[in-house]
Ligand binder design. Structure first.
Ligand code: ADP
Length: 218
């Protein structure tokens, strides 16, 4: 179903074009543009599925190195600042974190996790609100990163399923926005490949907190 919707969209526009719409310049441009958007969605879903397959089959090897998680989060803030601004959402840390916090992991993949979670906090956060990230000690050997939004929240009965591939909360903004429902599945796979944990808590109407742990570098 998730692939069929954009596929049929593209097919529909192309068929209409070959049925004669191609002769009208305005309609032609509009339909070509829409077909292109449908194709871009297909490409991004296929790329996400490919990544999940690689993670599941173990063929995606993690490159474990030490890096500063504070720096990584600050760089993702910069990357997503524009997107956040469009919904008037501020991205902030709960304190300055002047000292680096060094962890061990695959930096590129952990960056993907942070991007997916912060993007969700922007997509599902209320307009004019904030996303707050905090990093704390979890155990002697692990840190925990919390990403807290002020969004619509997630009903209790959906909470256990949101990490499944293609699962989207009924009536969520994802359907309007055309989210693929794969982002959290990728997050879970990456974190579990690191032998770490990811979980979500939420209060309806107040917001959600997504948390994942990381191994401290000693
Ligand atoms: P997508 O955002 O592409 O639909 P995800 O796998 O990232 O897919 O998320 C799955 C679903 O979980 C979303 O469709 C949405 O219903 C819900 N969700 C994810 N993050 C949040 C959040 N921060 N607040 C509320 N709902 C969320």
């Amino acid at each position: 179903h998730e692939l069929k919707t954009p596929l049929f969209t593209v097919q529909g526009y192309l068929l209409t074009l070959s049925d004669g719409a191609i002769n009208d310049k305005l309609i032609r441009d509009k339909y070509l543009q829409r077909a292109n958007i449908g194709l871009e969605r297909l490409v991004s879903i296929v790329e996400d599925l490919d990544m999940i397959n690689q993670l599941e089959s173990g063929s995606l090897n993690l490159s474990l190195k030490q890096f500063d998680v504070v720096k990584l989060i600050k760089s993702v803030f910069e990357l997503l600042e524009f997107q956040a601004k469009k919904r008037n959402i501020t991205l902030q840390l709960d304190k300055p974190y002047d000292i680096p916090l060094i962890v061990k992991g695959d930096k590129k993949r952990i960056e993907q996790v942070v991007i997916n979670l912060i993007e969700n906090s922007i997509k599902y956060g209320k307009t004019t609100s904030k996303t707050m990230v905090s990093i704390k000690n979890f155990t002697e050997t692990q840190l925990i990163v919390d990403i807290e939004d002020e969004g619509e929240g997630i009903p209790e009965h959906n909470l256990s399923r949101i990490f499944e591939r293609f699962y989207r909360v009924e009536q969520s903004r994802s359907r309007e926005q055309g989210g693929s429902g794969l982002g959290l599945s990728i997050v879970k796979h990456i974190i579990e490949a690191h032998h770490q944990k990811v979980f979500a808590r939420s209060e309806l109407g107040k917001g959600s907190i997504f948390s994942f742990t990381l191994e401290k570098f000693k």
